[in-house]
Write a protein that binds this ligand. Structure first.
Ligand SMILES: [Zn+2]
Length: 54
Protein backbone atom coordinates (compact mmCIF):
# COMPACT_ATOMS: atom_id res chain seq x y z
CA UNK A 1 0.00 0.00 0.00
CA UNK A 2 1.21 3.51 -0.81
CA UNK A 3 0.34 6.91 0.60
CA UNK A 4 0.27 10.26 -1.19
CA UNK A 5 2.99 12.49 0.23
CA UNK A 6 0.83 15.56 -0.20
CA UNK A 7 -2.66 14.68 1.04
CA UNK A 8 -2.13 11.27 2.63
CA UNK A 9 -4.56 9.41 0.39
CA UNK A 10 -3.82 5.67 0.39
CA UNK A 11 -4.00 3.30 -2.56
CA UNK A 12 -2.99 -0.27 -3.24
CA UNK A 13 -0.64 0.77 -6.04
CA UNK A 14 1.02 4.08 -6.95
CA UNK A 15 -0.53 5.88 -9.89
CA UNK A 16 0.95 8.57 -12.09
CA UNK A 17 -0.75 11.22 -10.02
CA UNK A 18 -2.96 11.36 -6.99
CA UNK A 19 -6.68 11.31 -7.94
CA UNK A 20 -7.43 13.69 -5.08
CA UNK A 21 -4.69 16.33 -5.28
CA UNK A 22 -2.77 15.51 -8.51
CA UNK A 23 0.49 15.25 -6.58
CA UNK A 24 3.03 12.83 -8.08
CA UNK A 25 4.84 11.66 -4.94
CA UNK A 26 3.99 8.30 -3.37
CA UNK A 27 5.66 6.50 -0.50
CA UNK A 28 5.25 2.98 0.77
CA UNK A 29 3.15 3.19 3.92
CA UNK A 30 5.55 0.82 5.69
CA UNK A 31 8.44 3.24 5.04
CA UNK A 32 6.61 6.29 6.38
CA UNK A 33 7.62 6.47 10.00
CA UNK A 34 6.75 9.24 12.39
CA UNK A 35 9.94 11.20 11.69
CA UNK A 36 9.08 11.45 8.01
CA UNK A 37 5.50 12.49 8.76
CA UNK A 38 6.76 15.18 11.13
CA UNK A 39 9.17 16.55 8.50
CA UNK A 40 6.39 16.69 5.91
CA UNK A 41 4.09 18.51 8.33
CA UNK A 42 6.80 21.04 9.18
CA UNK A 43 7.45 21.64 5.49
CA UNK A 44 3.74 22.27 4.87
CA UNK A 45 3.64 24.74 7.76
CA UNK A 46 6.72 26.52 6.38
CA UNK A 47 5.14 26.76 2.94
CA UNK A 48 2.04 28.28 4.47
CA UNK A 49 4.09 30.86 6.38
CA UNK A 50 5.94 31.87 3.23
CA UNK A 51 2.68 32.28 1.34
CA UNK A 52 1.21 34.44 4.10
CA UNK A 53 4.35 36.60 4.27
CA UNK A 54 4.52 37.34 0.54
ZN1 LIG B 1 -2.80 13.33 -2.89
Amino acid sequence: MVECLNCGKRRDLPEHECPRCSYLGWAMVEELDEAVRRRLRERLLTDRRIRVAS
